[in-house]
Write a protein that binds this ligand. Structure first.
Ligand code: 2NL
Length: 488
């Protein structure tokens, strides 16, 4: 009996003395583990004759319960103490700048932005927006639009077809938005004034073609509509869209199965380094196709060509976006890279309106307050501060955070990341005795830097982030042991 009392006292004393989780675990294992002292007693119990088991059983089991309870209560006490210690040492800096809300951080894709812009312009001229399915029939995509049976566009080579149905017909992914005009003519009475922005598909993939792309087409059907109306609509559209006072337009004869006559429109422009300036210069850029709706198309859609005339046009939204906002690579549009989007994207709450100047005043991704979006400039080209001023401000702001850690040599170099987005590269050189900055020191330093830039109106660095170099980047001998600088 005294044996078990002593054992109990010893275990309970060890539990009370355990200063952390690891020590407590050691005590637990010594008592209740596979070869623990209490486990041995419990095993021994099974070997006793029934008489003795009756008296020893409750004693030993009681001992086990008390030890288990003591372990649990010590575990809780240690947890409380650890939390208490953290609360006493950690603090919240309520002066840190507030992080942006999700609605502020999110970005609108340039294609959505441009679609909204052109919708606003045409809506102002009295156009409605029509939509239709991406999966279409041969009839609506080709036949009703006066494509001959053997037209090359109907080929497997150019069109995505679904497997044939039992009756031999095959659905397809629409190759243009024109089937929506067909649906509109079949279901509404003239006068018709609609635009149809939407996804379109062709079996094409290279630097300037993606298998899915975006088109906007327009259609006007009325008594007495003519090409003069079309010319005015397009001129007003391009002036509003590219935000310029005049545009030079050139109409060249062309061919489409669904229009007669058919025309292509070129816009006058000048290339100024990386910028495309419309309305000046002596170069011409092909921008859209258009024409008077072919009498066969009108007939196919239940309209009498002797009573109604119409005109239509079509152009690529992706290319409009590239031209207006200076985005050189079409493929990046569909790669879903959030870094690309944060560079070129648009604030979700800035809805384009004609009154608001369409592309908005604050030009977050496009060059600050004074930029003209039609100049296809990148944000990085619009400078509030030069590189030297940026480096000086960053150095002055970061020093108070990093010097106390012994990181007194800080280099700040404005540059571009691999996506060509404006970036700040900060290098803090380690010396013997300098400390690694903890996360909250870095956060405070970056918060201060963010605020410092905003205070002087420098908006090129909306996202400041830090990362620790991965271990693989610290190869043996790659850094000078004295200064921490990369050794050459
Ligand atoms: C281009 C040319 C065009 C149309 C689209 C159209 C639609 C109907 C009837 C007649 Cl229902 N025309 N649309 C007309 C001419 C040109 O697009 O190069 N698009 C990228």
């Amino acid at each position: 009996m005294t044996d078990t009392t002593q054992l109990e006292q010893q275990i309970l004393a060890d539990v009370a003395a355990a200063g952390d989780d690891a020590a407590l675990e050691t005590v637990r294992v010594a008592a209740l583990g596979k070869s623990g002292s209490l486990t041995a007693l419990l095993k021994m119990l099974g070997t006793l004759p029934p008489e003795e088991r009756k008296t020893q059983g409750p004693l030993i089991n009681g001992l086990k319960d008390r030890v288990s309870a003591a372990l649990a209560s010590r575990r809780d006490a240690l947890k409380d103490a650890a939390l208490e210690a953290r609360l006493n040492t950690e603090s919240v800096d309520v002066t840190l700048p507030v992080r942006e809300a999700p609605a502020e951080i999110g970005r609108v894709h340039p294609i959505t932005q441009v679609t909204d812009e052109l919708t606003a312009i045409f809506a102002d001229m009295g156009f409605a927006v029509a939509e239709g399915p991406d999966v279409e029939t041969n009839d609506y995509n080709f036949t009703k639009l006066n494509f001959p049976e053997d037209h090359p566009a109907r080929d497997m080579h150019d069109t995505f077809f679904f497997n044939p149905k039992p009756d031999g017909t095959r659905l397809l992914l629409r190759t243009h938005t024109s089937p929506v005009q067909v649906r509109t003519m079949l279901s509404q009475k003239p006068p018709i004034r609609v635009i149809i922005p939407g996804r379109t598909y062709r079996r094409d993939s290279d630097q300037t073609h993606t298998p899915m792309f975006h088109q906007v087409e327009g259609l006007v059907i009325d008594k007495g509509s003519h090409l003069g109306h079309l010319k005015w609509i397009l001129e007003e559209f391009f002036k509003a869209f590219f935000e310029v006072d005049r545009v030079g337009m050139r109409f060249r004869p062309s061919f489409f199965p669904f229009t007669e006559p058919s025309l292509e429109v070129d816009l006058q422009y000048r290339r100024d380094k990386d910028e495309v300036r419309f309305g000046e210069g002596d170069q011409w850029m092909e921008i859209l196709g258009c024409g008077m709706v072919h009498p066969n198309v009108l007939k196919n859609c239940g309209l009498d060509p002797d009573e109604y005339q119409g005109f239509a046009w079509g152009m690529g939204i992706d290319r409009l976006a590239m031209l207006k906002y200076g985005m050189p690579d079409l493929r990046a549009f569909f790669e879903a890279d959030v870094r690309w989007l944060s560079h070129y994207g648009f604030r979700p709450l800035d809805v384009p309106t004609l009154a608001g100047g369409l592309s908005g005043g604050d030009g977050l991704a496009r060059g600050g307050k004074n930029s003209s979006p039609n100049l296809a400039t990148l944000a990085s080209e619009e400078m509030t501060m030069d590189n030297k001023q940026i480096a000086e401000l960053a150095d002055k702001t970061l020093k108070p955070f990093l010097s106390p850690l012994g990181l007194d040599r800080v280099e700040v170099e404005p540059g571009r990341d691999h996506d060509d987005a404006p970036s700040l590269f900060v290098t803090a050189y380690y010396r013997p005795g300098s400390k690694v900055p903890e996360g909250d020191v870095l956060l405070k330093a970056l918060g201060a830097l963010h605020k410092a830039f905003l205070d002087v109106g420098e908006e090129r660095f909306p996202y400041l982030d830090h990362r620790f170099a991965g271990e693989e980047e610290f190869e043996e001998g790659a850094f000078d042991g004295d200064t921490g600088a990369p050794s050459r």
